[in-house]
Design a protein around this ligand. Sequence first.
Ligand code: 5GP
Ligand code: 5GP
Ligand code: 5GP
Length: 208
Amino acid sequence: LSAHGYAYDFFYFVQQWPGSYCDTSSGCCYPSYGKPPSDFDIHGLWPNYNNGSYPSNCDPNNPFDLSKIQDLVTSLRPNWASLACPSSDSTSFWQHEWEKHGTCSETILDEHSYFQDALNLKSMTNLLSCLKSANISPNGGSYTLTSIKNAISACIGHVPWIECNKDASGRYQLYQVYICVDHSGTTLIDCPVFPTGACGSSIIFPTF
Ligand code: 5GP
Ligand code: 5GP
Ligand code: 5GP
């Protein structure tokens, strides 16, 4: 158990920019229900320890059960869309995230709360509008990492972590945004520890 007596210390709430998932050399596949909106897309809500390590696949006896989140499906489809190939209805992505990460917070969040909290967090942190209000738009342009981090920090009150990947030409681009959330899954906090990984000092924000 962590210092707080829970099985984890905090969450990374991770959102992906679909344009950056799709324009890599591996490409992407839109969901069977159509192209998702031009907006950040939930990747997952990941329990973490303050030392940077994390638990995973915590309870094989609590597998994903779509029937428990039927009321959330119309909201999950555009907001937690899977862009992996082959094209799917995204339920396999939700299953993967629940079983790998969600089961590690099941003592606090049952399956329905896990998905509901993630949807609430996405609307609480409207990343695209945060960036647009700082004149940072998904137009294929290059922006400094500092300006992107400052725009999100000013908007949500906490410093995010930016994960970059590379487009098909090998240029660093804005791929995922990590925001820290307390163990309840509802309150944004300053990150106890940041992930690692390289970005350029200026990165592309691709269209989608
Ligand atoms: P990658 O190796 O692509 O960065 O991450 C692969 C997978 O490992 C992620 O999709 C996620 O499931 C998990 N992962 C990577 N970094 C972290 C982390 O810092 N915390 C948690 N909880 N999971 C992570
Ligand atoms: P992680 O293990 O890092 O939490 O999640 C990554 C896994 O989810 C990979 O197996 C990946 O193929 C699958 N996946 C399905 N759809 C998506 C998507 O839209 N984005 C990402 N990053 N992974 C996805
Ligand atoms: P500093 O702590 O001085 O801002 O950054 C230290 C190093 O981490 C620099 O190389 C900087 O580019 C990198 N860095 C800072 N913030 C981020 C971030 O959000 N994402 C990534 N990938 N690297 C970052």
